[in-house]
Design a protein around this ligand. Sequence first.
Ligand code: DQA
Length: 151
Amino acid sequence: MIEEKPCILVIHGPNLNLLGKREPNIYGNLTLDEINANIRGKANNLGFAVEFVQSNHEGYIVDAIQQAEGNQKGIIINAAAFTHYSIAIRDALAAISVPAIEVHLSNIYKREEFRHHSVISSVVYGQISGFGYDSYLLALEAVARLIGNKR
Ligand code: DQA
């Protein structure tokens, strides 16, 4: 019997499709595809399958979170600007039993004051902020520990 690998959903919020071109001094030079390739490589090493969603639309992200229930073992979410005000995304994360980890490329606490508050941090397992795309890779390590897939 072929054993299915546990699947992790990685959600990228608005404007993250512009990575590589968007404020590289803050977000780095890698494109989203390049970051996703790094995430996939690390996920593979940890024995995970991975699915990616990027959307600039709040409702699309809410739908993706709802659909994770029963299908994915963990969620890694960079909700981007929605982090700071989307109660709909917060409520979707609170509604499911799949553990989620919040990530940010930049350290949101070192930046403008409006970025210091995350409305989702109280409903996720934890937050990793400020390590560039390594934030996603560290989150994968955290998910591995959480769901006992540590190799
Ligand atoms: C971000 C930080 C947010 O404040 C910002 O709106 C983003 C990206 C980050 O990854 O550092 O779009 O989530």
